[in-house]
Each structure stands twice: as C-alpha cells, then as structure tokens.
Write a protein that binds this ligand. Structure first.
Ligand SMILES: NC(=O)c1ccc[n+]([C@@H]2O[C@H](COP(=O)([O-])OP(=O)(O)OC[C@H]3O[C@@H](n4cnc5c(N)ncnc54)[C@H](O)[C@@H]3O)[C@@H](O)[C@H]2O)c1
Length: 316
C-alpha cells in the first residue's frame, strides 16, 4: 500500500481520484483549502482518508501535506479561463506558486513521483489539429493557460535539475458527476445539463461553433493512475482526451435528446480567452502510458445526465 497525496482532493477531479485510489487499496491524504472543493465530495469515504486543510501558497503547509508521501497527484488549482481573466494574480499565485511549492516540498520529502494537472489551454489558438504535445513553442491565450504552462515547465526543470520524477497531464475539458453547475466559473456541460433539466434558457458565448475534446472523468482518473507508475513518462507532458471534437451546438443537441426537452438557446458575445477549437492527439499517451479512453463522449454524457437526475437536486 502506497501513500498518495491528492492536492485539490475535495474538488471535482480530485475526489474521483481519491475514490479510485481507495478502490485500489491505497492510502490517501487530501490537501485542500475547500475554496471550490467540497466536504460533501469526500463524505462517502471520509472515515478512510486523512484530510489536511491548507493553502498551496504556504510552503510550510504543503511540506506537512507531502511528508511521507510516495506519490503526489497535484490537482489543486484555480481552474477556469474566465476566472484568470478576472483575477490573473490569484490564478498565478495558486497555479504557479502553489505548484512550485508542491514540487519543492516533494523533492525534499523524497516523493517517488508527482503527477501534475495541466490543461489543453496551454496550446492557445492553433489550427494544426489534432494537437500533438511536442510541437515547439506554445502560445497560451489567457493567464490561466500561462499558469498551467509555467507549472509544466517547473515540473520538467525539477526532473532535469533535481531528479524528481514528474508527469504533466494536459486535460481536455473534463466532465462527469460532481461538476458544480452553480459556480460562477462552471464548465459548459454542467451549465447546459443543469439548465436543460431545470427548464432554463441556455446562453452560449459566441455562435456555438466552439468545439472541444470532451473527456469523461473516468479517462482522467485512469490516466493519473497510469502516469504515477509508467516507466518512460517522467519529465513528459501528455494530452489526456478522447481525440474527438464536438462543438457546443452538438453537445446541446445530444443533451436535449438525452433529457427529452427542446431547451431554448440564446447566443451572446464570445468570451475573452476562449479558444475556438481543441482536439487532441492521444498517441503519445497511448504509447508511453498505455492510455486508451475508457468512456467516449456520448456515453459520458449519458452517465452525467443520469447522475444529475439521481441527485434530485442540482446543487452539489
Ligand atoms: N475540469 C476540467 O475540465 C479541467 C481541464 C483542464 C485542467 N484541469 C485542471 O485539473 C485540476 C482539477 O480541476 P477541477 O475541475 O477538479 O477543479 P476544482 O475547482 O473542482 O478542484 C480544484 C481543487 O483545488 C482546491 N484549491 C484551490 N485553490 C487551492 C489552494 N490555494 N490551496 C489548496 N487547495 C486549493 C479547490 O478547493 C478544489 O478542491 C486543476 O488543476 C485544473 O486546472 C481541469
């Protein structure tokens, strides 16, 4: 049994990781400041995990969090492009400073490997789809994307300079149960699914042709577990996605079909910092991590709608 520290473990992705690690019989410690993470996400397994409440921006607190850890799955961050456009300093403090603290503390503590959550946003505005990881210079379009790219660079430097094993995973629009549709920075699918189930008019920024490589949560969990132990992965960054791209109008049509409602849509001005398209190549992850998407977008949408329905209430 190994000790895994999950930073941001009370969040959407982190809490799914915690659950999967416990299913594998691992020991789990969560480090989270509960700014967007929720106790309720951890409630089903609260008696089987250690929880340290703390802030990634405080090195001493991070040191306590990673003490004795074998692996760190670093998910804690201020997620969302619009949030970083509103407050770039806060995004930088947590996503860059916090990641640096995690790496520094992990090096001191002799952690075997840090797997760090990056983002497809690091690619910026590109037209060479599908996106491959090692294409030279990247041009992020938002403070959030800059912060995620800086986190990746720190990971690589810690591997090359100090021998700390690190892997960065560039997640492409993750969705699934426990996504909060009520946050000011909620993800597209959460907003659309909740809106349709509640019979509200949906607002789309732009004309709905923005397209994304929607990635169901189980794929991201599986990629993290693989990345923690894959022999040739250290120092590398990997796309974690399905390799497919659906525009927002197609997602809404599928959700309408699954939920059985028409759902009115209003089109508004585009949002600053949003990329027009993203679609990943997942060849590198297939080759070096043995990764294969376990759940494609259609099935993921079905499972997500079922979960929202079972909740009875959309408030997570
Ligand atoms: N959800 C996606 O589609 C997506 C896509 C690309 C990358 N990511 C990355 O995946 C990771 C997890 O994202 P998520 O969707 O689960 O978001 P989330 O907001 O649900 O989870 C982030 C967690 O980090 C915690 N946190 C934030 N600031 C902190 C701080 N200063 N100290 C300690 N904990 C702090 C929050 O409380 C929360 O539990 C993030 O690094 C995010 O950038 C997510």
């Amino acid at each position: 049994m190994a000790l895994y520290v999950v930073t941001g473990g009370a969040g959407f992705i982190g809490s799914h990781l915690v659950e999967a690690l416990l299913e594998r019989g691992e020991q789990v410690r969560v480090f989270d400041d509960f700014s967007t993470g929720k106790q309720v996400h951890l409630a089903p397994f609260a008696d089987r995990i250690e929880v340290i409440e703390g802030d990634l921006c405080h090195l001493e607190q991070v040191r306590r969090a990673v003490a004795g850890a074998d692996y760190v799955l670093h998910q804690g961050a201020l997620r969302s492009v619009p949030r970083s456009v509103d407050n770039p300093v806060a995004s930088n403090d947590v996503n860059v400073g916090g990641t640096l603290n995690v790496l520094h503390a992990a090096k001191e503590a002799g952690v075997r490997r840090v797997v760090s959550a990056s983002s497809s946003s690091v690619y910026g505005k590109r037209e060479d789809f599908p996106l491959v990881e090692d294409v030279g210079e990247l041009e992020p379009m938002s403070p959030y994307a800059v912060s995620k790219l800086a986190g990746e660079k720190y990971c690589k430097v810690f591997t090359e300079l100090y021998g700390l094993e690190t892997v960065s995973l560039r997640y492409f629009n993750v969705f699934g149960p426990r996504m909060d549709p009520n946050s000011a920075y909620a993800a597209f699918i959460a907003i659309f699914a909740a809106g349709l189930l509640e019979g509200r008019k949906l607002t789309i920024h732009g004309d709905g042709t923005i397209s994304r490589d929607w990635t169901y949560i189980d794929n991201v969990v599986d990629a993290n577990l693989r990345a923690a132990s894959a022999p040739d992965a250290s120092g590398e960054a990997f796309n974690i996605a399905c390799g497919d791209s659906w525009d927002l109008n197609r997602v809404i049509d599928k959700l309408r079909e699954l939920i059985g409602v028409d759902g009115e849509v209003e089109y508004g001005p585009p949002r600053a910092g949003d990329m027009p398209k993203s679609q990943a190549s997942i060849e590198k992850a297939k080759k070096l991590l043995g990764y294969e998407p376990l759940v494609q977008a259609t099935e993921g949408l079905e499972r997500t709608v079922d979960w929202y329905r079972q909740q009875g209430t959309l408030s997570t």
